[in-house]
Design a protein around this ligand. Structure first.
Ligand code: 5GP
Ligand code: MN
Length: 336
């Protein structure tokens, strides 16, 4: 729960119509888009002028989310995005806890602003950039936190089907459909309430997980074929080169979730996927673990990233083969 003095202060701030901008992290996932759009619909109901400002484009598999067509993409129109930020009374940052997670361009603008920031997030080691911070790593998703935040404001009656649908989406995606350890009985009670408010849970699952293209399945096949095992280190990893991504006409979001296959092999407690991105000149890395191996720490220490104990991301500016060689070397060192 957010602390009471902050909730009281935010109640006062929201008591009259405000210009509010809501920001997810760069490369937003289901939780980032679900939480920002849930808050957007919640605020609009109260006559606020609210806008979701995403640092870059969101993936197609989330384009069905209500009002996703009203999301403004900062990197597509930097001038417009900057102006919006400068005009805002309040800025919500959701599903990230360090300003660099919005990317260099938007971070530079955010740093020049003298605005009231409100952060809601569940990642480890939050930076103190916000005036009001609701940060708790015990929650499985930012969406679940948004649900509690709205309840704490005594405005639970505004969680209509639309808000509930957005919240449900982030809970499902960040919990791996309710299977990751952060899924609690409270999570299920929240979900039960969301369904009572009209969420079409089965239809959302279909939207999220049963809309693959032929190319996406072929890409998944290639990724699985590419999987390497380091059994003596209980480690597996997958690579996808830019050439392979191009070959299967990979779209944003097509690689989502592939990393998880590496953990389904018996005896593996650490896995990673390395995805070459020639445009950005980086290899984007996702790490997953089960049990006590801390990939947040691992990614922070060696791959300039972070996240949670069992799910984290990072990147490398080296080539794909060099990045993999480095990963193997570090794994042998750290897990010997
Ligand atoms: P994914 O591997 O799905 O991109 O991300 C896993 C988790 O790590 C998510 O909670 C995500 O927000 C976080 N994460 C991903 N990439 C980065 C990164 O580069 N830096 C930090 N600090 N967190 C990341
Ligand atoms: Mn999240």
């Amino acid at each position: 729960m957010m602390n009471e003095p902050d909730i009281e202060a935010i109640k006062v701030l929201l008591a009259s119509p405000k210009k509010i901008t809501i920001i997810p992290h760069r490369n937003p996932d289901g939780d980032a888009m679900g939480s920002t759009l849930a808050l957007y619909h919640f605020l609009v109901q109260q006559q606020h002028d609210a806008v979701v400002l995403s640092p870059n484009e969101f993936p197609d598999f989330l384009a069905w989310l209500p009002s996703s067509d009203k999301v403004v993409v900062f990197e597509k129109d930097i001038e417009k995005g900057t102006q919006r930020l400068q005009e805002s009374d309040l800025i919500f940052t959701l599903d990230f806890n360090a300003l660099h997670r919005v990317g260099d361009t938007m971070e530079a603008v955010l740093k020049t602003l003298d605005k009231t920031f409100i952060m809601i997030d569940h990642h480890q080691f939050p930076d103190g950039f916000a005036k009001y911070t609701f940060s708790d790593t015990s929650y499985g998703s930012t969406c679940e936190m948004v649900y509690h935040f709205i309840q704490q404001l005594d405005l639970g009656n505004l969680i209509d089907k639309t808000v509930a649908t957005c919240i449900y989406t982030g809970i499902v995606t960040d919990s791996g459909s309710f299977r990751f350890p952060a899924t609690t009985s409270t999570t299920h009670r929240v979900v039960a309430d969301l369904i009572d408010r009209g969420v079409e849970n089965s239809a959302i699952h279909n939207q999220l997980f049963d809309t693959s293209s032929y190319n996406r399945l072929q890409l998944l096949g290639r990724a699985l074929q590419n999987m390497k095992l380091m059994p003596e280190y209980k480690t597996s990893y997958i690579t996808l080169s830019q050439k392979e991504l191009d070959h299967f006409n990979c779209q944003k979001g097509d690689t989502e979730g592939i990393v998880n296959y590496g953990l389904t092999i018996d005896g593996i407690d650490l896995t990673a996927i390395f995805i070459e991105n020639k445009d950005e000149g980086i290899v984007k890395i996702s790490f997953r673990s089960q049990g006590s191996f801390d990939v947040n720490q691992f990614s922070r220490s060696y791959f300039g990233g972070g996240g949670h104990i069992n799910a984290a991301g990072g990147k490398s500016v080296k080539s794909l083969p060099e990045t993999i060689a480095e990963f193997e070397r570090i794994v042998k060192e750290v897990k010997k």
